[in-house]
Design a protein around this ligand. Structure first.
Ligand code: PMT
Length: 404
């Protein structure tokens, strides 16, 4: 049976050149068994005529909140209740801002406010608009309300700019929608612990050692594992990200705190995934007062000691040992160094990450990795971390729990 069989999808189309791709999206949704009704904003109608969507969906297109004839046929509250999911593609910066603010000033925003169905957005906008702090803040607000974001993709844009903001291709949107509203429950009944983000080691009351990890990779894995049915504990270093839906989050700062939280979670855990970028060394002594440059501190000011290795500690357990997956952030001989870590840390699997690639690694929305275990290697090509996380979770689940 198709994975969207009997699903009623309300497709919102907002103003943007990518609206032409949404015509094909209607067909791709129907191919997977969905019934589609389309709502267009005023902006969308400047790019594509409602008749196009009416012909493709086989249903009248909804455009106005205050149209008595349309309300008599299927009122907006009825429409909001009809939907099993609302998919907005393209979702413009303006639509995202209005949804984040909870506005109900046109049919689409009103439907989103009136519906209890899952909301999935495929953003599409100019790269500067996407990167603007206002859009990024709206994105975090929407994520914190369990809205799913598919994309945006990066590349050359209709306006001539190059960067993030392109709408995903229709087939990728359909796959993302299925994953969001009807995912395969590969981790049902499993307890999964994930570490994410950096750790931070104090030097004195005002300074610390850390790294550029944003937590995006680990948070995306936590979200994907929760969608796959797992009970997820996410141990997060200091990052500014919204907690994914259905995930239990434990905030930590230092490596010792992350280790203690990991040990506690691992006592009752089937799968441990270490995506955190743990600071390898910490100051031997943390100064009580701010270290002064006037105090003859000209060189050799810091003396460092090695931090405990969290993932190796969990993998070294003789009892209550979960299936353990590490990451390897490498800048050269990526697979070779990752294999060394797989063996040295006694891991079951390692995700090798070339962090010298400017398109991936630390603080990027995208990544590309090679998954390595004792049976071989599987490259996962460059993709958004959110998409890569879904693929990783499927791969890890198949290896860790082959019989389920
Ligand atoms: O957070 P993002 O901005 O999204 O970036 C993602 C990422 C690049 C941080 C992530 O994909 C990644 O590669 N994480 C591992 C980073 C790292 O510290 O790699 P490593 O090669 O130094 O460590 C190997 C493994 O040991 C990792 O699983 C790490 O979590 C673990 N480790 C390392 C040191 C330590 N003291 N304790 C550990 O558990």
């Amino acid at each position: 049976m198709s994975s969207l069989a009997h699903k009623r999808i309300l497709l919102g189309v907002s103003g943007g050149i990518a609206a032409y791709k949404s015509a094909d999206l209607v067909r791709r949704l129907q191919d997977r068994g969905a019934t589609v009704r389309v709502v267009m904003t005023a902006g969308a109608q400047e790019f594509v005529k409602p008749l196009t969507f009416q012909a493709l969906s086989g249903n009248p297109v909804h455009t106005d909140l205050l149209d008595p004839a349309a309300e008599a046929a299927m009122g907006h509250i009825e429409l909001a209740k009809w939907a099993d999911a609302i998919l907005i593609a393209p979702a413009s910066a303006s639509v995202m801002a209005r949804l984040a603010a909870g506005m109900a000033d046109d049919l689409l925003s009103t439907l989103c406010l009136a519906s209890e169905a899952p909301l999935v957005l495929a953003p599409a906008m100019n790269q500067a608009m996407w990167l603007h702090p206002a859009t990024q803040a709206n994105t975090q607000t929407l994520l914190s309300r369990n809205v799913t974001l598919l994309g945006p993709d990066a590349g050359s844009q209709a306006c001539g700019d190059v960067g993030p903001g392109r709408m995903l291709e229709p087939l990728d949107i359909v796959e993302g929608l299925i994953d969001a509203i009807a995912p395969e429950q590969m981790l049902e009944g499993k307890k999964v612990t994930i570490t994410a983000g950096p750790t931070r080691e104090a030097l004195d009351p005002v300074r610390y050692l850390s790294n550029h990890s944003s937590g995006k990779m680990g948070f995306a894995i936590a979200a994907a594992a929760a969608r796959a049915g797992a009970e997820v504990t996410l141990i997060a270093g200091p990052v500014r990200l919204a907690t994914p839906a259905g995930v239990h989050r434990v905030d930590v700062v230092s490596t010792d705190e992350m280790l203690a939280a990991a040990e506690q979670a691992a006592d009752d855990c089937d799968l441990f995934i270490a995506a955190a970028a743990v600071v390898d060394f910490r100051p031997k002594v943390v100064a009580d007062q701010k270290i002064k440059k006037e105090d003859g501190n000209d060189s050799d000011v810091l003396s460092l000691v090695k931090n405990p290795d969290i993932v190796a500690t969990i993998a070294g357990r003789t009892s209550k040992r979960p299936f353990v997956v590490g990451f390897a952030a490498e800048t050269e001989k990526v697979a070779e160094h990752a294999k060394g870590k797989l063996a040295r840390k006694n891991l079951d699997m390692i995700v090798a990450n070339d962090v010298s690639d400017p398109e991936g690694g630390f603080n990027s929305d995208r990544n590309q990795v090679v998954v390595i275990d004792r049976d071989g290697e599987q490259p996962l090509p460059a993709a958004l971390k959110t998409e890569l996380a879904t693929q990783l979770v499927a791969l890890i689940a198949a290896r860790a729990f082959p019989d389920t």
